[in-house]
Ligand binder design. Structure first.
Ligand code: 5GP
Ligand code: ZN
Length: 113
């Protein structure tokens, strides 16, 4: 399958990994939109939120649990951070392997600005 994030999971494309367990990995976004910008993804290929089935729901918990740890390790747990999922073309999703952006390390703009 021609999926860039599957290749990152396999290690055939390099990434700056900040977290890994059996189900999830996280790595620095190649084009950071904030001082802290990591991407948290399931190792399993799921195209987007619409593709999350009943049996995959635990992965969402795993991702949130990883986000807590990454936020602590990146030093933004107390100052605050944002966890964002884009789903589909209107959201601006460009990589069709489920991922969550963890953004922080600075004052983030309001969602309605
Ligand atoms: P989306 O718009 O799909 O929610 O976000 C995809 C994100 O993946 C973007 O922020 C983009 O910078 C990042 N990205 C795309 N290709 C690569 C890559 O090869 N390596 C890394 N680390 N990030 C990537
Ligand atoms: Zn994939």
């Amino acid at each position: 399958m021609d999926c860039i994030f599957c290749k990152i999971v396999e290690g055939t494309i390099p990434s700056k990994k900040v977290f890994e367990n059996e189900h999830v990995i996280a790595f620095h976004d190649i084009q950071p939109a904030a001082n802290v910008h990591t991407l948290i993804i399931p190792k399993k290929h799921i195209a987007d939120m619409n593709g999350v089935e009943e049996a995959d729901l635990f992965l969402i918990g795993e991702i949130h649990r990883a986000a807590q740890q990454i936020a602590r390790e990146q030093g933004v747990s107390e100052s605050g951070y944002r966890l964002v999922n884009n789903c589909g073309k209107d959201s601006g999703q460009v990589v069709f392997h489920l991922h969550y952006h963890l953004l922080g390390g600075e004052k983030l703009g309001a969602l309605n600005s």
